[in-house]
Write a protein that binds this ligand. Structure first.
Ligand SMILES: Cc1cc2nc3c(=O)[nH]c(=O)nc-3n(C[C@H](O)[C@H](O)[C@H](O)COP(=O)(O)O)c2cc1C
Length: 364
């Protein structure tokens, strides 16, 4: 039997993934001390997925500045204590044979909201009077229901760029092999890309080249900082799901520019920048967007969104629509999804943790 492509290795630059079943970034809001330092929860949460066979584990959106956190309980990577806390977690992930990745993020106008849990049910913006902070964005347009951001100055743009670069250095020093730039879900870099949230009339607004300038510049500077070995992924929301918004045609053009600037792969999600749009949610609903980028942007892609079944995951890759799949909530339901998928597809993988071998089912 030929190995299902889901379980064939993939090599990009000098990094080899043992398979194409990956775990996407998922915020845990577990830095409850408010210091952005990863905790035992992150170790167990990410470690269990590495033990569970995934080829790549991407740690959650990790803010490059304090103001770039979605909530006060987010992870950060703007200081060395935060870097050092990741080291044993990364070592464990890699020790299990998985590739360790981290998503570097700035939440822009969607920053300073109450964490998802542990805040007595409070939702929406956390006001400055209650420990929140002034948010920043390309333009002073609020995300519906949130407090208004301040329009970024040229100096803010330089500071954010530098923060992505220093965070990428710390991530590499912590042992991460994949750095994913968060340009999706209505956070800062997506806000720049979309004409719905970027009304600037300077070199960062208007024409596509201007809206993409900050992202492309960050890719280029991160590549210069980390050298040739580390992989740089970009997570896009490939569409705002609105006729007036950012869409997959524009995204493919920008993806190509990112490739030239040093990016290696596109993790293709969608939405999050506006409310009130209808999204055709269903099994693999974002796979066509990954396929569109694969066809038009000349680089590898990963598909994400409601991919839960082994056979379907494999079909996404075998049909050439994406090079890898990211299994999100299903990995929270079952951190050992990949080992289970291997059994279901009849693949005898050699990376069951030795400690668990007595539980390994016989492969026909
Ligand atoms: C608890 C949770 C936290 C998430 N946090 C992030 C995040 O930090 N960064 C990001 O780009 N997407 C985040 N997402 C989106 C996931 O990465 C993924 O794109 C989404 O859940 C769809 O995939 P799924 O249907 O397999 O869950 C999060 C999703 C969940 C469920």
């Amino acid at each position: 039997m030929t190995t299902p492509t889901l379980f064939s290795p993939l090599t990009i630059r000098s990094v080899t993934f043992r398979n194409r079943a990956w775990v996407p970034p998922m915020c845990q809001y577990s830095c409850v001390a408010g210091d952005g330092v990863a905790t035992a929860w992150h170790h167990v949460h990410l470690g269990s997925m590495a033990a569970g066979g995934a080829g790549l584990i991407i740690a959650e959106a990790t803010a490059v500045t304090p103001e770039g956190r979605i909530s006060a309980h987010d992870c950060g990577l703007w200081n060395d204590a935060q870097r050092d806390a990741w080291k044993p977690i990364v070592a464990f992930i890699r020790g299990q044979g998985a590739v360790a990745g981290i998503q570097l993020a700035h939440a822009g106008r969607k920053a300073s909201i109450w964490a998802d849990w542990g805040t007595d049910g409070k939702t929406g913006s956390q006001p400055q009077s209650e420990g929140g902070w002034q948010t920043i964005a390309p333009s002073a347009i609020e995300f519906p229901g949130y407090l208004p951001p301040r329009e970024m100055t040229d100096n803010d743009i330089i500071e954010v760029t530098n923060a992505f670069v220093s965070a990428s250095r710390r991530a590499v020093d912590a042992g991460f092999q994949v750095l994913e730039i968060h340009a999706a879900h209505g956070y800062l870099l997506h806000e720049f890309l979309s004409p719905l949230s970027n009304l600037r009339d300077d070199q960062f607004g208007g024409a596509l080249e201007n809206r993409a300038r900050l992202l492309v510049d960050i890719v280029e500077k991160m590549r210069a900082e980390v050298g040739e070995e580390t992989l740089i992924f970009v997570r896009f929301s490939a569409t705002d799901w609105s006729p007036e918004g950012w869409n997959e045609e524009e995204c493919a053009v920008v993806a190509d520019w990112c490739l030239k600037a040093g990016a290696d792969l596109f993790d293709v999600s969608s939405g999050g920048n506006i409310t009130g749009v209808s999204i055709p949610v269903g099994q693999g609903y974002q796979v066509p967007l990954a396929n569109f980028l694969k066809q038009h942007a000349h680089g590898p892609t990963a598909a994400v969104g409601m991919i839960t079944e082994a056979a379907f995951a494999n079909s996404v890759i075998e049909s050439g629509q994406a090079d890898a799949v990211l299994i999100g909530r299903e990995s929270l339901r079952d951190p050992h999804w990949t080992l289970r998928a291997a059994v279901e597809l009849g693949v005898d993988v050699d990376y069951w943790p030795a400690q668990y071998r007595r539980a390994k089912p016989k492969i026909r």
